[in-house]
Design a protein around this ligand. Structure first.
Ligand code: MN
Length: 421
């Protein structure tokens, strides 16, 4: 498993100091957004990140990540008790770590607060984490629409952070949301504080993440956009790219291609994003992230490419056939008269011949040998050549039969004198 990553924290355009912290220490990544007066926010996020790092180092597993976040919670609370300035401080924490689980490497994500984890996979951006904020709680309860939440005056009230105190004067035991992502080559994980997500829409974020392949470039561009959008808060983000998944994506694609299993069999790639069973937040059952219905996203680009290629080939084939079928003329008959058709005698595939000229020459007046040709359809390369052929037919017909004018004279003329007595 090979990762490429970038991390940035920026004070933004308005705040005097930066209370955010970022960590990019492969295989551990995190952002933390501290809060509390008198620069206490800085202390909170820093203590949290340091504690996370040291505890995860001792137990670099999925469970170890969650317990490291719990340890960070206790450490922030303990530090808050030391001074009046820091009392009541807290911090968000969104962390991700590449860990081994059941013999394979997975990206374990842990979250407390309103910083976010996103996953860009096959050009689609999905928010993995839930915001632990007042307005998002109201949205989840159906009491506020997502649109109302966007500009709600209390959208910055966070309902779950690290470092809070319980009623009995000890650290409040915090619930940590965890998510497991089975990483595939091309996956892009984004951890970001609200200084980014308040200023830049998900669509804009997705656009940047799709456009700029280099994580450094993408990170800088996101910070630039957040500042351009106002930069009202500190902006912090970590981008982690899965550069090499040890061939897992190929294996999964091949397995799916070999065997289009029925949905009930739940092939592994369709369940790549799972909320951890250890998740304790009952609101997690809203099914937001648990979308096992996603089918084989890895195949999408390849399948679309294949379909496009097949369609292009079809268009070319149709064009060639139409050109062949219509690129010629023939002489035949139409209701007993000699006629010129465009196309192939009898048509070719779905292209039926079309009548171009219908002459006054009657088919039964031409020599018998020619009548057989007309019955089959006499091919001619051009319309002009077809007319020339008909001119010859007309000449031959006139030699065969007496001039029509004579006949007319005989019929319409005065009765033969022999009739008279
Ligand atoms: Mn913030």
């Amino acid at each position: 498993m090979k990762l490429r990553f970038a991390a940035i924290t920026d004070v933004g355009g308005v705040r005097p100091n930066n209370e955010d912290q970022v960590l990019a220490d492969e295989p551990l990544f995190a952002v933390a957004d501290g809060m509390g007066g008198h620069a206490a926010g800085e202390v909170a996020s820093q203590v949290a990140i340091e504690t996370l790092k040291s505890h995860f180092h001792d137990d670099p597993t999925a469970a170890g990540l969650a317990s490291a976040v719990h340890a960070a919670n206790n450490a922030v609370w303990a530090r808050a008790q030391e001074k009046d300035d820091t009392r009541g401080m807290g911090t968000t924490m969104t962390a991700a770590a590449l860990v081994e689980q059941d013999g394979e490497q997975v990206l374990e994500v842990a979250n407390v607060g309103d910083s976010r984890a996103y996953l860009l996979r096959d050009s689609e951006l999905e928010q993995l984490s839930d915001d632990h904020s007042l307005v998002e709680d109201l949205v989840r309860a159906g009491r506020l629409s997502p649109e109302e939440a966007l500009n709600h005056p209390q959208r910055h009230i966070v309902t779950r952070v690290l470092g809070m105190e319980d009623r009995d004067g000890t650290a409040l035991d915090v619930e940590v949301d965890t998510f497991t992502v089975v990483p595939y080559r091309g996956d892009r994980l984004l951890l970001a504080t609200d200084g980014l997500t308040d200023m830049v829409t998900d669509d804009q974020i997705a656009s940047v993440l799709r456009r700029l392949a280099d994580p450094d470039d993408a990170a800088k561009e996101l910070v630039r956009l957040a500042k351009a959008g106002g930069g009202n808060d500190n902006i912090s983000l970590v981008i982690v790219d899965v550069v090499d998944d040890d061939g897992k994506a190929g294996t999964a694609s091949a397995a799916l291609a070999d065997e289009p299993a029925p949905p009930s069999r739940d092939p592994e790639p369709s369940a790549r994003i799972n909320p951890s069973p250890t998740r304790t937040d009952p609101r997690g059952s809203d099914g937001k992230r648990a979308r096992p219905a996603r089918t084989a996203p890895r195949l999408t680009v390849r399948t679309v490419g294949f379909v496009v290629a097949v369609l292009a080939l079809l268009v070319v084939a149709v064009g060639a056939i139409t050109w062949y079928a219509k690129g010629s003329y023939y002489v035949g008959t139409r209701t007993g008269n000699v006629a010129v058709y465009r196309g192939r005698p009898g048509g070719f595939l779905w292209v039926k011949p079309t009548l171009v000229d219908r002459t006054s020459l009657r088919a039964k007046d031409v020599p018998a040998s020619r009548q057989a040709q007309l019955g089959d359809g006499q091919p001619e390369p051009t319309r002009r050549a077809a007319r020339h052929y008909i001119d010859n037919l007309r000449a031959e017909a006139e030699k065969l039969a007496p001039p029509t004018s004579t006949t007319v004279t005989n019929v319409a003329g005065t009765p033969p004198t022999t009739v008279a007595p």
